[in-house]
Write a protein that binds this ligand. Structure first.
Ligand code: SAM
Length: 355
């Protein structure tokens, strides 16, 4: 983790963001009461079709002031969080530059591909962030450190339950431990962003050579700083996971954490096919993400779908309703498993072995 000190104004604004999420709780009761009164708290009364279901539920809720209030709060948070984080960064940019320079040095290397043209889907303002993953020259720090580690990490979370820690990064470690082997020599992470899962891979597989790719240079630069701050020797490279330019049959494990819900279904298919190509025979694929809608009751599936809109997540529904099991088998993976980790069904695990 990188050492930095926020200025008072930036820290107060980020602390406000972190506390903001907690206040929506009491508003839920009024919404749930209205839904129960309309008989919509029971699955059998809700439509199978997601759009029809949304009309049913939102038709009732639009008359509930608490629903409109939470909508406004969600909207404000979605619109402002990245700007607040970018402002907090601007206040410390001059102080932190020497640390950035220092952390370019070390055993974690970064190879940028000047010929890579990102696909249109990737340029979408994901998370409602202007410009998406590279929308700020230091989006890796702004998103990875300030929004994720600081704000999300500080936001009130459900207490640790049944073995799943409430700490966002501990969950990544528990997920990496789902891999069936510990003796991998070479691992590739696809969509590493600023490297929080990469760090957990290094803890779980200390003997392995760790490679990680992403399309975003700003995210990879922050991953390099994190790798060097921790003394790791990761090989980071800019690449689209659909065309990694790595030799066939070169990895023992290809893995990712929470990238699937940010990808169109055809891109997911292409990444899984590329993963199959670069895996050694007997190698494992392990992808972790959010639960599919089929694992939820209809109300929770609606709520997830509804919140994805505020979150600037246009591909969430597609990835949450696709036939992942069928696709994995069609590509050629064996021993395919598709399941939620207990007790929260998060992360949801997609696993397969290349025969
Ligand atoms: C939610 S983040 C990943 C989070 C990270 N793995 C972690 O543990 O927090 C999604 C990342 O996937 C990357 N990405 C999206 N499409 C990609 C693709 N086709 N190839 C490689 N990376 C991609 C984005 O640039 C972004 O950094």
């Amino acid at each position: 983790m990188i050492d930095y000190k926020l200025r008072q104004q930036g820290r107060a604004a980020l602390d406000f963001l972190a506390a903001f999420g907690a206040v929506s709780g009491p508003f839920m009761k009024a919404q749930n009461d209205a839904l129960a009164k309309a008989g919509l708290d029971r699955d059998e009364n809700l439509a199978d079709d997601l759009d029809e279901r949304a009309q049913q539920i939102e038709g009732v809720l639009e008359n509930v002031p608490a629903f409109r209030a939470t909508g406004l709060m969600n909207e404000w948070h979605a619109e402002h969080h990245a700007r607040i984080a970018a402002d907090a960064f601007a206040q410390i940019e001059a102080d932190i530059k020497p640390t950035f320079e220092k952390l370019k040095q070390g055993r974690t290397t970064l190879q940028v591909d000047p010929n890579l043209t990102p696909d249109k889907y990737w340029l979408y303002p994901v998370h409602r962030t202007t410009g998406g993953w590279d929308g700020h020259p230091h989006m890796g720090f702004v998103h990875g450190e300030l929004v994720h580690r600081y704000v999300v990490g500080k936001s009130p979370r459900p207490p640790a339950a049944g073995g799943i820690a409430s700490d966002i990064y501990a969950t990544r470690k528990q997920f990496a431990e789902e891999a069936p082997r510990r003796d991998y020599e070479k691992i590739l992470e696809i969509g590493c962003s600023s490297g929080p899962y990469t760090g957990k891979l290094a803890e779980v597989f200390p003997q392995a050579e760790i490679h990680a790719c992403d399309i975003s240079v700003a995210q990879l630069e922050q991953a390099q700083r994190n790798g060097n701050a921790l003394g790791h020797a990761w090989k980071l490279f800019q690449a689209d996971g659909r065309d990694t330019k790595q030799p066939a049959e070169s990895y023992d494990l290809v893995t990712s954490f929470i990238i699937l819900h940010e990808l169109p279904v055809d891109v997911i298919g292409d990444i899984l096919r590329e993963s199959y190509r670069i895996l050694k025979p007997g190698g494992d694929l392990l992808f972790g993400d959010v639960a599919p809608y089929s694992a939820m009751n209809k109300m929770n599936a609606w709520r997830t779908d509804y919140l994805a809109k505020f979150g600037g997540e246009p591909f969430w529904r597609g990835s949450s309703t696709m036939d992942m099991l069928g696709l994995m088998k069609k590509i050629g993976f064996t021993d395919v498993k598709y399941y939620g980790m207990k007790p929260l069904n998060y992360p949801w695990v997609t696993y397969g072995r290349k025969p």
